[in-house]
Every structure is written in structure tokens, then in C-alpha cells.
Design a protein around this ligand. Structure first.
Ligand code: ATP
Ligand code: MG
Length: 348
């Protein structure tokens, strides 16, 4: 990864504590988080401020915040080397988001597909927070001058908006930024990292919709905490089509459900879809689903077990979050102070 002018490489990403973490979160985001920590300074945030853009029961929110933290650690992120924290413990996120509310344009937000999907038909009833969600996400990243953001494919549009916000801030405040030593602009333009074998895992019940935590039916997703029986049942009941599996991956194109299941198998084993079809091409879904259930169980249940072990000690999880938040504030505070100077706010 290239260093941008004056900005050292720093990785930031977040996961919402909105419910059951699933295979999409794991393959699209968390496995990337784990891979990046070997060579980079990383901040991984449980984004509770984002979660409440849709109402959350307070007790469940606290439980889910701890559970996402446990999932990060159980998947292999080291909280001693990297920073794991929950967003609401660092007030700079909300402060910078306000500044960005005044930088971003309504026209930009109106194009966001996530808002349209989550607000649904009755937009008048969506929270104002859901609408400005992408501005807060830009603040999450830029508060740390983060340069790289590993996310699933669904977050690409929000990352582009974060770049637009950084660029507009750099232009709008060019006069005061010039007084500081930031020749490439005060905020770096963060780059998305949308890589890995499964950047968009689809619902088990509808191959055209992404797998989501907030989807009401639990049968649409495989949760990290599911046991072998639940995994087998969900995969067995997953929607398919009447044809046997094709021999080549290109023939999966018009078959979204088959494509998704083969993609999941490939991602879990670290091989290509063509390689999967070399073994299962021509076979029935019944046989393939059995093999997939076994594979998913083998890969996911140890993570679920470790999450349960960690969740048995919530005091230790809270200690990890508080320690992470302190270290996050150490990075954020001077950046936020400088942003305030640039905007023209007087500080004591
Ligand atoms: P919600 O439905 O509440 O928005 P979510 O399942 O979309 O939940 P988020 O917390 O919004 O999960 O996203 C966390 C990370 O997981 C993001 O990087 C996002 O891009 C990624 N992600 C979410 N769903 C998928 C998916 N189906 N496939 C791949 N990556 C995904
Ligand atoms: Mg989401």
C-alpha cells in the first residue's frame, strides 16, 4: 500500500452491533481485518453510534457491542497490538461528523443506495441519523487520518463519499490548511480495500439480496455463533434452482443462488469457484450442500466457541474496549484539535 503525502498508512474499519454477526461480515470484512494487522497499524471499531440510526433495545445494544468485540478477538485480531474500541467512547467521532454534516451536500446524500434500502418505502419515518450516516462514517475514518479501509462491496459508495468529503474540506479550508504543514491536504483521501474471495455474500433465501444482520429472518444467514445443526439446517433449506451444478464458473452467472453457495465454499477453502466445480460440477445440490455444511461447521464453530468463552467474562471485554478507546483518543485528539483550528473554532 502506498503512503499518501505526509500521511502514514493507517487502517480503520467498523462493524455495527446491530445483531448476529454472519458469514458475510466474516468473509467480507473480519478476515481482511485479521490479514492487515500483520503489517499495519489498525483501528477496529464497534460502531454503536451507527447502530442507533435504527432503534436498538439498550440491553441488546450493550450485549451486541460486547459480542462484536468477542468476534474480532476470536477471529484473530490481537487487542494488545491493534486498537479495538467502541465508537461512543471517543467523542471526536460525533464532533467531526457535525463538521462534515456542514461540508457534505444534500445532493450527495440523496444518491446513497443504503439509505434508500434501509429507509424503505416510508422515508418520512426514517431517522435523521440514518440519512447522515455516511457523514459519520467519513468522520470515523478521517478522525484518525486513516488511509485504508477494508470493507465489503456494499460500502463502496460510502467510501467514495468519504473521499469527496475529505476533498471538499481540503478545498474549502485551503487558506487555513496552508498555515499548517499539510501540502497534500489536511485529510488523506481514504482508499477502500474491497478484496478477498467474498466481498458480497448473498442471502441464503434470495441470491439478489446481500446477507445482513438486520434482515429479520435468521434463515437468510449463517451466524458466527450458529452450531453444527443450525448451519446444516440453513444450508439444506437454502434456495437453489432445479439444475445440477455447472462444470465452469462462467455458467453460474445467471444463477445467483448457485453462484453464492459455490462462492462461499470457495472462500472458506481459499480456492477458486472453478476449482470447486472441478469437484462438484454435475452433482446435485443435495450432495454439494452436505459438503458445504460440513466445511462451514469446521471453519466457523471454533470461532463461535471462542466467542462464547470470551462473552463469559464481560468485565474483561469492557476493559479491552476502554483501553482501546484511550489509545484511539490519543491519536484522534490532536487531529480533531487541528481540524477545529482549520475551521476557525477557538480552543482554550
Ligand atoms: P446491517 O444490516 O445492520 O447494516 P450488516 O450485515 O450490513 O448489518 P455492517 O455492520 O453494516 O453489517 O457491516 C460490517 C462490515 O461487513 C462492512 O465492511 C460490510 O461491508 C461488511 N458486510 C456486510 N454484509 C456483507 C456481505 N453480505 N458480504 C460481504 N461483506 C459484508
Ligand atoms: Mg450494513
Amino acid at each position: 500500500m502506498q503512503e499518501t503525502t505526509k500521511h502514514k498508512t493507517r487502517v480503520f474499519s467498523g462493524v455495527q452491533p446491530t445483531g448476529n454477526l454472519h458469514l458475510g461480515n466474516y468473509l467480507g470484512a473480519i478476515t481482511r481485518f485479521v490479514a492487515l494487522q500483520a503489517e499495519h497499524e489498525c483501528l477496529y471499531c464497534v460502531v454503536d453510534l451507527h447502530a442507533i440510526t435504527v432503534f436498538q433495545d439498550p440491553d441488546e445494544l450493550a450485549h451486541n457491542t460486547r459480542e462484536v468485540t468477542a468476534a474480532f478477538i476470536a477471529s484473530g485480531i490481537d487487542p494488545a497490538r491493534q486498537i479495538i474500541f467502541n465508537q461512543s467512547q471517543v467523542s471526536g467521532h460525533a464532533e467531526l461528523a457535525w463538521i462534515f454534516n456542514c461540508v457534505a451536500r444534500l445532493g450527495w446524500l440523496n444518491r446513497m443506495t443504503q439509505f434508500k434500502e434501509k429507509a424503505g418505502k416510508d422515508r418520512e419515518k426514517a431517522s435523521a441519523g440514518l440519512y447522515v450516516y455516511p457523514n459519520l462514517m467519513a468522520a470515523d475514518i478521517l478522525l484518525y487520518h486513516a488511509t485504508h479501509v477494508p470493507v465489503g462491496e456494499d460500502q463502496k459508495q460510502h467510501l467514495e463519499l468519504a473521499r469527496d468529503i475529505a476533498q471538499k474540506f481540503n478545498n474549502d479550508f485551503a487558506k487555513t490548511i496552508a498555515r499548517e504543514d499539510y501540502p497534500g491536504g489536511f485529510f488523506p483521501l481514504p482508499e477502500p480495500i474491497i478484496t478477498g474471495p467474498a466481498t458480497r455474500v448473498m442471502s441464503l433465501r434470495d441470491g439478489t439480496k446481500k446477507m445482513s444482520k438486520s434482515e429479520t429472518s435468521d434463515m437468510t444467514r449463517i451466524n458466527l455463533t450458529d452450531d453444527a445443526d443450525a448451519i446444516a439446517k440453513k444450508i439444506k433449506k437454502a434456495k437453489t434452482d432445479p439444475e445440477p451444478l455447472p462444470v465452469e464458473a462462467k455458467d453460474l452467472e445467471a444463477r445467483p443462488e448457485a453462484d453464492n453457495l459455490v462462492g462461499i465454499y470457495a472462500a472458506l477453502t481459499g480456492i477458486s469457484k472453478d476449482q470447486v466445480l472441478r469437484e462438484y460440477g454435475g452433482s446435485s445440490f443435495a450432495r454439494f450442500k452436505e459438503a458445504l455444511a460440513e466445511l462451514a461447521t469446521e471453519k466457523l464453530t471454533p470461532i463461535g466457541d471462542e466467542m462464547r468463552r470470551l462473552m463469559a467474562d464481560p468485565v474483561e471485554i469492557d476493559r479491552i474496549l476502554a483501553d482501546g478507546a484511550k489509545r484511539a483518543r490519543d491519536i484522534a485528539d490532536p487531529i480533531l484539535a487541528k481540524a477545529k483550528d482549520i475551521v476557525g473554532f477557538i480552543r482554550g
